[in-house]
Design a protein around this ligand. Structure first.
Ligand code: IDP
Length: 141
């Protein structure tokens, strides 16, 4: 497996539930290192730009409203096979389908308020990390 980086966001619902530390702990136990991190209240423009690939989807406006409804915690994670490892920790998009023990099974309320975001490919991970972090703010270790 190759050393990879992926972009993770703890969404407004999970930040409001005060489970940032619990989620970080799951990353660390799985061998993922936090190599960049910041809390941010996204503007609608920033949320729209981040989710631009979903612009034509029926849920786009609701997604943008939700993602800009409160502060989020944004981090780049690094580790062996980080993209897939992180997606496995997250669980399925709809928490009803998420496997027991995954972040979404434990903390998500609905498909809209589903606790976390994670890059779905290595290519998108590079784009998404660069969207939030200049290269000088990512600390490989
Ligand atoms: P992912 O977050 O598991 O990668 P995507 O398909 O990339 O899922 O969708 C991005 C986000 O858009 C999801 O996390 C979810 O919050 C929202 N979303 C996706 N599909 C639906 C839907 O059918 N209804 C409402 N919201 C959705």
């Amino acid at each position: 497996m190759a050393l990879e980086r992926t972009l993770s966001i703890i969404k407004p619902d999970a930040v409001a539930k005060n489970v940032i530390g619990e989620i970080y702990s799951r990353f660390e136990k799985a061998g993922l290192k936090v190599v960049a991190s910041k809390m941010k209240h996204l503007s609608k423009d920033e949320a729209e730009g981040f989710y631009a690939v979903h612009r034509e989807r029926p849920f786009f406006a609701a997604l943008v409203d939700f993602m800009s409804s409160g502060p989020v915690m944004i981090q780049a994670l690094e580790g062996e096979g980080a993209v897939l490892k992180h997606r496995d920790l997250m669980g399925a998009t709809n928490p009803k389908d998420a496997a027991p023990g995954t972040i979404r099974a434990d903390f998500a309320d609905s498909i809209d308020a589903n606790a976390v975001h994670g890059s779905d490919s290595l290519e998108n991970a590079a784009i998404e990390i660069a969207y939030f972090f200049p290269a000088t703010d990512v600390y490989s270790r």
